[in-house]
Design a protein around this ligand. Structure first.
Ligand code: ADP
Ligand code: MG
Length: 288
């Protein structure tokens, strides 16, 4: 493409709410054949709410929610805001808070260690996950379950649900019509991931993928000869956005994602992805 065509393309993209960081990004957009989409905050709105809670030991559900809420009050994860909203007012303050990216969070509540996160995280921290907790998680189907541990013991579980973006199914259908493959990539479990993929028509699912492994997943697709666009919003998506042929960040996502991306989707709407591909094809000519 001529420099003029590229400049015109970049300007037109901006009018569509697609901020392309440079002409190379527009050329990369045209070449993409696979779109990898992060689940939480990208395909879904990221606005979660608690659907059910459980208590496994002597504590009651209410206490489980309050301990978890105290820790999550310091976290920025979408799961955290749902837990805090359900936990109510006047939560105890957390000390020594630590975010465990892509897995959970921990801190001390009333001087006692509390961990909130995936079953895998508990195991990693040497906390035994009782059979009861595993069964509870398995029965959740479409919801995302996190466990709550206090003083090294799993005391309960909290299940949250997210809503799919209204535009997601249409945007995915448009990507397929353009001849692109779609892949859902998430740190969430397989059943919750499958439910979302089915709802929006994404055929390939990579679930239980830790942040560090998101990069490996993108690199594996590239090594298989695919030209990969990665669409994400989170701090944990930054490295994968940078590793893709084209990184696309949702506008209301984290600064980390925005910095790592080649393209920013200002409209906060997944239609911007097929819009960008169509525009690149139109201004630079189809090469597919
Ligand atoms: P995604 O890839 O879908 O955006 P993340 O990688 O951010 O999801 O998180 C993966 C999983 O780790 C979440 O589904 C959740 O189970 C757990 N998790 C991450 N952060 C937290 C947190 N602050 N509190 C509870 N669970 C968390
Ligand atoms: Mg996300």
């Amino acid at each position: 493409a001529t420099p003029t065509a590229l400049m015109v393309g970049v300007a037109r993209a901006a009018q569509l709410g697609v901020l392309v960081k440079g002409p190379e990004a527009l050329e990369a957009t045209r070449a993409v054949d696979t779109v990898v989409l992060d689940k939480t905050g990208t395909v879904t709105t990221g606005r979660m709410s608690v659907v059910v809670t459980a208590a496994f030991g002597e504590a009651v559900d209410r206490e489980v929610l309050r301990w978890a809420g105290a820790v999550e009050a310091a976290s920025e994860h979408p799961v955290a805001s749902a837990v805090v909203a359900a936990a109510g007012d006047a939560l105890p303050t957390v000390t020594g808070f630590e975010a465990l990216v892509g897995a959970g969070a921990r801190g001390e509540v009333d001087g006692i260690p509390v961990v909130v996160g995936t079953a895998a995280l508990m195991t990693e921290l040497g906390i035994t996950v009782p059979l009861r907790a595993h069964r509870w998680l398995d029965d959740l189907a479409a919801a995302t379950g996190v466990l709550v541990a206090r003083a090294g013991e799993v005391v309960g579980g909290i299940a949250v649900r997210d809503t799919v973006r209204p535009s997601a199914a249409d945007a995915v259908a448009r990507l397929h019509a353009l001849g692109l493959k779609t892949v859902l990539l998430t740190g969430d479990g397989l059943s919750a991931a499958r439910a979302v993929a089915d709802e929006v028509g994404i055929t390939d699912v990579l679930a239980d993928v830790r942040p560090a492994d998101k990069v490996a997943a993108v690199e594996a697709l590239r090594a298989a000869g695919q030209r990969v666009a990665m669409v994400g919003d989170g701090v944990n998506d930054g490295p994968a956005l940078a590793a893709a042929d084209l990184g696309m960040a949702m506008a209301r996502g984290s600064d980390v994602a925005a910095h790592a991306a080649d393209v920013i989707l200002v409209r906060d709407d997944l239609h911007a992805v097929p819009d960008a591909v169509e525009l690149a094809n139109r201004t630079l000519g189809t090469i597919r």
